[in-house]
Design a binder for this molecule. Sequence first.
Ligand code: GLC
Ligand code: MG
Length: 425
Amino acid sequence: MERLKSSARLMIVSDLDHTMVDHHDPNNLSILRFNALWEAKYRHDSLLVFSTGRSPTLYKQLRKEKPMLTPDITIMSVGTEITYGNAMVPDEGWVDFLNHKWDKKIVTEETSKIPDLTLQSETEQRPHKASFYVKKEKAQEIMKTLSESLVKRGLDVKIIYSGGMDLDILPQGAGKGQALAYLHKKLKAEGKLPQNTLACGDSGNDAELFAIPDVHGVMVVKNAQEELLQWHAENAKNNPKIIHADETCAAGIIQAIGHFNLGPNTSPRDLPDLLDAKLDHFDPAYEVVKFYLLLEKWRRAEIDSPERYLNNLKAVCSPAGLYVNPFGIEQSFGDVIGKLKDCYGDKKGKQYQVWVDQVFPTQIDCDTWLVKFKKLDQTGEEQQCCYTTAILSSKDVEPSQGLTWVHVHQTWMDGSTGDDKSWFL
Ligand code: GLC
Ligand code: MG
């Protein structure tokens, strides 16, 4: 959170499964559209918060499977674990707060008396969360019995049913909504309450996200679960701050940004011809997003006029430019463009996706930007990740021509390695 010196322009707090992440789309189209929009237009002055029911173990697993951005704040285990930044530093204050009238041992004792509760996997049992599977028709009755027995034992708990199968028992002060309220309070105390907050979700454990003050818009994805639609019908039908999107998953988030007028809502992925998209100001983050979108299209043979693409590339790459690949091998931009020519369509018909994450531009003098970002690609199941630094210049060019690439340097990240030493970009 220290990254931003003042209030975030927009804070998105999004659930993951079936909200940010579409498990029914192997091409990940909607999340990739969201990613391109976020990195091009929001990353530098906004906050991305993921709020999931998953434990840290299952959250990390999902990140390996799907093209997810790195959030600024990660709320896991149904609002019982809050962590900050890439290092995922836990919020100890939140942990202390959750200990109030909570005793995991008592929860275990009481739940073991109910045969219709099936324990979820060991990874999903957390210090402030006990999780089970329960059949829909038994859920209401079990929730009632349990809350009575736990009150009798002196605990104050919250029982949440999600996805028509998951039952979570948490301390009363926990949950996705309470965790968001806590974050808002913290940010407010620092004078950095976000200008706008958009909460997004699809199932029971997301409902309380939507009842938090200071949230400017809330979106329930089209594909929402029965229990959340029921909550919406009972509590939010005529509330203009809460919409039920027509679009599924991350496409619904983009729709909500537009609906609530929270900022730009056209993803660079949706531009019909990226090569023709002209800007009226210099925008290094947008240049980076655009460059890698075109690279993906090039390798998938989805560029209408290869000749124009190459000419554009030659025009935006400084003739004196140098590229250092992740093996430390230096190549001139001329060499790189030559190699690019050879790999036109080498990923055609394959599940090949490219995205950039944490694009941070810094202006280092009147016409030069240093842009740091992670460049990721995925072919089938395999992800590769390179930490990338690029220098872009506005010297002697107009915004409509785009910035000139002067230098690019890459380093392998997160255990990624390649075996092709001529690997590039
Ligand atoms: C995630 C968690 C699970 C929890 C469910 C609903 O699937 O892995 O433990 O019950 O979310 O909150
Ligand atoms: Mg969900």
